[in-house]
Design a protein around this ligand. Structure first.
Ligand code: 13P
Length: 282
C-alpha cells in the first residue's frame, strides 16, 4: 500500500463515517510503533511532525524516515507537516514529498490568514499535495512553549474561509487545546454542528490528548475526519520507558528502544479503535 494523499484518506473517512488518526512522531521508535498499530488494526493513518519540533528532529532526516515508513507500510499512510508557519519550511516538506502540509495562520487577522493560506494552496498544488489550515484558534501551542488563548471558530468565518481558500481540510477551535488539559475540556458541539452543516471540507480536531472517548466519537460522527494526537504519543513512549526502568526490565539501549515502540503502539491502537478507523484500510 503506497504513500497516499491526505485528501483521499479524508474523503474515504467522510464516506465511511470515521476519523483518521494523525499521530505526531519525533523519532524512529514512534514511527515504528504507530505504523505497527495501523498495520495490525488495518487502519489508514497520517504521520505528522510540527515545524516547532524540528529543532529536535530535523526535517531533512526525520522527513525521509516518515516517507519511507509510509511507502513500506501495508496500509495507506499520508505524511503531513503540522503547524507550518513559514513558507521555507512548508516548501522543504513539499520538496521532500510530504503529501500534505498545514499552514497555521490562526494568529493572523482573517484576511491575512486567507491571503497566506491561498499562497500555500497554490504552492502545494504544484506538488499535488493537500493543505490544512486553521480558522479560530486552538488553545496553547503544539509544544506547550506559548500559552495561546483558545478562540472558538465562528461558523460564518469557517464557511467564508473554506470557500475563499480552497483548503482540503479545516482545523477548528471548539474548546480544544494542545497538551494536557488542566480541567476536562467542554467541547462546543453547538459550534461543531453549525460548522459541519455549512462547510463541506473535512474538519480537523487538534489537541486530541485528554479528550474523552465519547467526545471523540461525537466529533467524528459530526464532521471531524482528522484527529491530531501528539502529547499522548510522547507521554506513552516516555512512560513505557520509565516503567521499564522502574521494573528493571530495561537493561540496555535496545530494551529502551522496544519500550518506546510499545508505548507509541499502544497509544495509537487505542485511538484507532475510538476513531472507528479499524479495518478501514481495506
Ligand atoms: P495534543 O498534543 O494535545 O495531542 O495535540 C496534538 C495536536 O493538535 C498537534 O497539532
Amino acid at each position: 500500500m503506497p504513500l497516499v494523499n491526505m485528501k483521499t484518506l479524508l474523503a474515504d473517512a467522510q464516506k465511511g463515517n470515521y476519523a483518521v488518526g494523525s499521530f505526531s512522531v519525533a523519532n524512529l521508535e514512534m514511527i515504528l510503533g504507530v505504523v505497527k498499530a495501523a498495520e495490525e488494526t488495518r487502519s489508514p493513518i497520517i504521520l505528522q511532525i510540527a515545524e516547532v519540533r524540528l529543532n529536535h528532529s530535523p526535517l531533512a532526516i526525520i522527513g525521509p524516515a516518515m516517507l519511507a515508513a509510509a511507502k513500506n507500510a501495508t496500509v495507506p499512510v499520508a505524511v503531513h507537516l503540522d503547524h507550518g508557519t513559514t513558507i521555507e519550511c512548508i516548501g522543504q516538506a513539499l520538496r521532500l514529498g510530504f503529501t500534505s502540509v498545514m499552514f497555521d495562520g490562526s494568529h493572523l487577522s482573517v484576511e491575512e490568514n486567507i491571503a497566506k493560506t491561498k499562497e500555500v494552496v497554490a504552492l502545494a498544488k504544484g506538488y499535488g499535495a493537500a493543505v490544512e489550515a486553521e480558522i479560530g484558534c486552538v488553545g496553547g501551542s503544539e509544544d506547550g512553549s506559548v500559552d495561546i488563548a483558545m478562540r472558538c471558530t465562528s461558523p460564518d468565518q469557517a464557511k467564508i474561509f473554506s470557500e475563499r481558500t480552497g483548503v482540503d481540510a479545516l482545523a477548528i477551535a471548539i474548546g480544544n487545546a494542545h497538551g494536557f488539559y488542566k480541567d476536562a475540556p467542554e467541547l462546543r458541539f453547538d459550534i461543531l454542528d453549525k460548522v459541519h452543516s455549512s462547510v463541506d471540507v473535512p474538519l480537523v480536531l487538534h489537541g486530541g490528548t485528554g479528550i474523552e472517548p465519547e467526545d471523540f466519537i461525537r466529533c467524528h460522527q459530526n464532521g471531524i475526519k482528522k484527529i491530531n494526537i501528539a502529547t499522548a504519543t510522547f507521554a506513552a513512549a516516555e512512560g513505557k520507558a520509565r516503567e521499564g526502568y522502574e521494573k528493571g526490565t530495561i537493561k540496555g539501549y535496545y530494551d529502551l528502544h522496544q519500550a518506546e515502540i510499545a508505548g507509541a503502539y499502544e497509544n495509537a491502537k487505542k485511538h484507532m479503535e475510538i476513531f472507528y478507523s479499524v479495518g478501514k484500510a481495506e
